[in-house]
Design a protein around this ligand. Structure first.
Ligand code: PLP
Length: 388
């Protein structure tokens, strides 16, 4: 059976399952052993070596979804990012990294890189020319994140991959926001794809995990770092993640469908000043998004008009919860100015386009009508309150 020919739902349901030879159960057994009989020096099974049965099998599903030869799963998305950076960057090397980057990754670079003697440049923007301008003679890796958080800007994956290749530099991407259902960066020449599996791959807000996918050679380099750093995932969580990923396609497609409708609804609402969603025709990079994404994803952000207090609006929502995390089956909202970007000054936030009116929206699988009605009633309540 060629993996390429299998449909997404089949990959999610079946690739990487462990056959239960003993009892013929329908699902993969879970192997919690930290100790395995040592009778073959080539297979020293040990959880920290990323080679327990559950770990070895689940990476096949992730690799199949991301069109790569291999993958590794980690204890968090940050473990995936840090292992990837530390595997390909050493003392004296330089990283070019997109300025609009996940906050945890930004902190990792700013707080840890100098200890290793690794240099870095955050780009001024997300155009290819911004990346090209940041390249140094010792640049070894270019790292991008698209769609970005929380403004949903789009970086040209193919152009970045070509730029990197032309200079003999590796390229990597944080593919968390799109998920492998909506974007496969490997097909555009990117070398390494990472995910916070805490988000769409897990999808139920109950798993902390991460993954990197790439060629066998690259994954082996990351493995070499990983066995030393010791950030592998518990097999119980690996098994949970396998169970979650069976419905990945169904969930992400339902979430994306809702997001498209909600983006349209918000775009037409008089209380909303602006909607950032790559699926909207007026998104500045709508055509680029269309050319590199299978679909536009389930993350969006919007700005309330001046005079409507964003926090008060959030407090009036009944169904949609406010939450720091994202990508669960339940819809959640967050105020970047109060949470992810709270440590920046007002001026710094203005410079990156994060206003106090901005709300990030992770769209879930609920019935569209109920989500729409929840937003409608909150806006009515808040308007009535501000007129009174
Ligand atoms: C959450 C997130 C991460 C970090 O993942 P953890 O699982 O929280 O360590 C990295 N990148 C993006 C885009 C994220 O949303």
């Amino acid at each position: 059976m060629s993996k390429k020919k299998l449909g997404l739902n089949t990959i999610c349901t079946h690739i990487g399952e462990i056959k239960d030879e003993q009892f013929k159960g329908a699902i993969s057994p879970i192997y919690l052993s930290t100790s395995y009989q040592f009778d073959n020096v080539d297979v020293k099974r040990y959880p920290r070596y990323f080679n327990t049965p559950n770990q070895e099998h689940l990476v096949k599903k992730i690799a199949a979804l991301e069109h790569t030869e291999d993958a590794l799963i980690f204890a968090s998305g940050m473990a995936a990012i840090s292992h990837m950076f530390l595997a390909f960057l050493q003392k004296g090397d330089h990283l070019v990294v997109q300025n609009t980057l996940y906050g945890g990754a930004t902190n990792f670079i700013r707080e840890e890189f100098s200890k290793y003697g690794i240099e870095y440049t955050f780009t001024d923007g997300y155009d290819v020319s911004d990346f090209e301008a940041a390249i140094q003679p010792n640049t070894k890796l270019i790292h991008i994140e698209t769609p970005s958080n929380p403004l949903l800007t789009i970086t040209d994956i193919k152009a970045i991959a070509s730029l990197a290749k032309s200079k003999g530099i590796l390229s990597s991407i944080d593919n968390t926001f799109a998920s492998p259902i909506n974007q496969n960066p490997i097909d555009f020449g990117i070398d390494l794809v990472m995910h916070s599996a805490t988000k769409y791959l897990g999808g139920h807000s109950d798993i902390l995990a991460g993954a990197v996918a790439g060629s066998k050679e690259h994954i082996e380099r990351i493995w070499n770092v990983g066995k030393n750093l010791g950030g592998s995932l518990s097999d119980f969580t690996v098994w949970m993640l396998e169970r979650s990923m069976k419905t990945l396609t169904l969930r992400v497609k339902a979430q994306t469908k809702n997001a498209k409708k909600l983006a349209q609804f918000l775009d037409n609402h008089s209380a909303i000043a602006k909607v950032n969603y790559p699926g909207l025709k007026h998104h500045p990079q709508h055509e680029l998004a269309k050319s590199q994404m299978h679909d536009f994803g389930a993350m969006l952000s919007f700005e309330l008009v001046e005079g409507i207090d964003a926090m008060a609006f959030q407090n009036q929502l009944n169904l949609i919860k406010s939450s720091m995390s994202l990508a669960g089956v339940e819809s959640t909202m967050l105020l970047p100015a109060e949470t992810s970007h709270a440590l920046l000054t007002q001026d710094e936030r203005d410079a990156v386009g994060i206003s106090n009116q901005l709300i990030r929206f992770s769209v879930g699988i609920e019935t569209f009508r109920d989500l729409k009605n929840d937003i409608k009633q909150a806006l009515i309540k808040i308007k009535t309150a501000s007129c009174a």
